[in-house]
Design a protein around this ligand. Structure first.
Ligand SMILES: [Zn+2]
Length: 163
């Protein structure tokens, strides 16, 4: 019984590992193929009895052509072009100082709470900046006014001292 449980557990972790590897290959080479990304070839592996014919031979064929430096007869697996483009397109949100990858994600981001919060904050800052500039350009006149208003007091002092 212990052996049976052991075999089952091994099967389970192997499956999990295989899924993980598939995901990794998909992300690394298919979703966002960067520079130096290698072509990926799909092989029919579901029938173990046909292993040599459907897996081993095509795989060797691909490797052989790769070594000899020419394109193999098999075509590499590719994710449909528009989906790849969609995933690769990115938007820079300078409000949030973030890069958003994907058009759908970008649309979602612009509606997101955090983005709208940043937008509000930015608008408030902008209006503050405008008021600051306005008051700054006005201030020289204000200084004059203050000096003129201040002078009568000084005159009073002078008058008192002169009397
Ligand atoms: Zn944003």
């Amino acid at each position: 019984k212990l052996q049976k449980t052991g075999i089952e557990a091994l099967k389970q972790v192997t499956k999990r590992y295989a899924r993980k590897q598939n995901r990794w290959v998909k992300n690394r080479f298919l979703s966002r193929p960067g520079p130096g990304a290698l072509p990926v070839y799909g092989l029919e592996v579901s029938d173990v009895s046909k292993w040599e014919k459907s897996v081993l031979e095509p795989a060797l064929e691909i490797v052989q052509s790769f070594i000899q430096g020419h394109e193999p007869a098999a075509t590499p697996v590719k994710i449909p072009c528009n989906e790849t483009e969609n995933k690769r397109s990115y938007h820079m949100c300078d409000l949030c100082d973030r890069i958003i990858i994907g058009d759908r994600e970008w649309a979602a981001h612009r509606k997101s709470k955090s983005h709208l919060h940043q937008l509000k904050k930015r608008r408030r800052l902008d209006s503050d900046a405008i008021t600051a500039i306005e008051s700054w350009s006005v201030s020289p006149d204000r200084d004059k006014e203050l000096k003129e208003k201040g002078s009568p007091g000084q005159n009073d002092e002078e008058l008192k001292s002169s009397v």
